[in-house]
Design a binder for this molecule. Structure first.
Ligand SMILES: *Cc1c(COP(=O)(O)O)cnc(C)c1O
Length: 481
């Protein structure tokens, strides 16, 4: 199928004559210590290989990975930016990594002060009154926020509020969260400019609305210009305003969500703030709330009495715990370091850089893959295929071609309201040369699609795994090696 060594399992490379490190045989046999029923009847089927072959095998496997450390990774809505490696070292320091979560407060003052300090930093950035760092992901933060909203309405004896209004440009996790929280999802259509249609919003707001949940910037990469009016209408209807701030990269340091009237928000620390998203590693969906909702936050909360940091679980109104212990501490440490290192002015530069990169790509590619909403975007641009120019081209083909050319594919076919969507988020950490290479790869794909569209259907050709037969994969999935 191809030349890569990975389809030779190490067991197939095994040779009885080869061995790794030879450890001197123990003087006694296991049977002298253990009851026979604990002993194997046959030796395990392990490959017999030299250490050198083994190292090579695994090193080659690792080099088949497409990752941020090796490739440009413009995966929209994921903020795959470079994060300083030093934070990995700091978060691994023994004092953090070997701290037992049950150890008494007195022995955990360092970590508690860090949690407290990070909450303070996030309060400053957002203007909100209080934070919890427990949620382990963005969707988990949304769920926490929805529970807080429900608890708040219930506490006010407003028992009927069980609807969550969500625009069609929201992130896919939003409606899922609303359903998980036991609420009814009410959709609101976007206007022709990709933003919430105020007239439509007025039609769906009602005495049952618990929450209006907006992704800001929304998934077409645009800012809700009418956010003040949306917030006024929401509050007038007795509902709360939730901001999905998973992707804060375009706004960090520039806009305080509290000033826009946001009551609850989550921030994916594992996107904008020092831990990469994707790859399934641990995350942190920090949730911030305005003053009137602070009592509903999960417990325990970290408090400071002027001398010591303490864990406080007294709040009777709290929705309870949403995660074992205090969250994914290693992610929180990285975020703390990042926000200590970069002051407010630098955060603004980060946000402006992210916006500039996305717009650079958008404008440079406008002739080939035009933006669906042709205006200045935020941290990402959502491109499409002009079917009038390239009737036979598909976004899937463009993505597969990019893999062949050494780029991770952008997010594709999302958001759903954009046909043949190609969602590019370059981030501020990529330099102009890299963006230019990407732009020229996209340009050559465009030219190829016009003259030789069949080549595109066959991509990728240079990757270890070739084009997958998606129909068979769906109909007859082979889930075993
Ligand atoms: C990534 C993302 C989420 C979900 O975050 P997870 O950590 O993957 O659960 C929610 N909303 C938006 C806008 C996102 O980009």
């Amino acid at each position: 199928m191809n030349n890569y060594p990975h389809n030779l399992l190490s067991i197939e490379k095994s040779s009885a004559l080869r061995r790794g490190v030879q450890i001197r045989k123990a003087g006694k046999r296991a049977g002298e210590y253990l009851d026979g029923k604990f002993l194997r009847s046959k030796p395990p089927l392990l490959p017999s290989m030299s250490e050198f072959d083994t190292v090579r095998h695994f090193t080659n496997l690792s080099r088949l990975n497409f990752c941020l450390d090796t490739h440009f990774y413009p995966l929209g809505s994921c903020t795959m930016k470079y994060n300083p490696k030093a934070y990995d070292v700091l978060s691994g320091l023994d004092g953090f990594s070997s701290l037992h979560p049950y150890c008494p407060e007195d022995c955990a003052q360092g970590t508690l002060s860090l949690i407290y300090g990070l909450e303070e930093q996030l309060k400053q950035i957002t203007g909100l009154a209080a934070f919890t760092l427990q949620p382990a992901a963005g969707a988990h933060g949304e769920f926490t926020g929805a529970l807080i909203a429900r608890a708040y309405h219930k506490d006010r004896k407003d028992f009927d509020r069980s609807e969550i209004i969500i625009p069609d440009t929201a992130h896919g996790t939003n409606p899922a969260t609303a359903a998980m929280a036991g609420c009814k999802v009410v959709n609101v259509k976007s206007a022709h400019d990709g933003r919430v249609d105020l007239e439509e919003l007025k039609k769906v707001l009602n005495p049952k609305t618990a929450l209006v949940m907006l992704t800001i910037p929304n998934t077409v990469g645009l800012f809700e210009k009418d956010i003040k009016e949306i917030s006024r209408l929401t509050h007038e209807a007795g509902a709360l305003l939730y901001m999905d701030g998973a992707n804060l990269n375009a706004l960090i340091g520039l806009v305080k969500p509290a000033d826009m009237g946001v009551d609850i928000m989550h921030i994916n620390l594992h996107k904008t703030i020092a831990t990469p998203h994707g790859g399934g590693g641990p995350g942190a969906g920090a949730v911030g709330v305005c003053g009137r909702l602070a009592d509903f936050l999960p417990v325990p909360r970290v408090i400071y009495d002027g001398k010591k940091y303490k864990l406080e679980s007294k709040s009777k109104k709290s929705i309870g715990k949403v995660k074992s212990f205090y969250g994914n501490i290693s992610v929180l440490i990285r975020a703390y370091c990042y926000l200590r290192q970069f002051d407010g002015e630098t955060l603004k530069e980060i946000a402006r850089g992210a916006v500039l990169s996305a717009n650079y790509v958008r404008v440079k590619l406008a002739k080939y893959f035009p933006a669906y909403f042709d205006e200045v975007c935020m941290h990402e641009c959502v491109l499409t295929i002009d079917k009038g120019v390239l009737p036979n081209a598909k976004t899937l083909d463009v993505a597969k071609m990019l893999l062949d050319m050494g780029f991770h594919a952008p997010t594709i076919y999302f958001p759903l309201i954009v046909p043949e969507a190609i969602m590019v988020e370059p981030t501020e950490t990529e330099n102009k040369q890299t963006l230019d290479k990407f732009i020229s790869a996209m340009t050559s794909i465009f030219l190829e699609a016009g003259t030789n569209p069949d080549v595109l259907h066959e991509a990728p050709k240079n990757c270890p795994v070739k084009r997958i037969d998606e129909v068979s994969a769906a109909r007859e999935p082979n889930l075993r090696w």
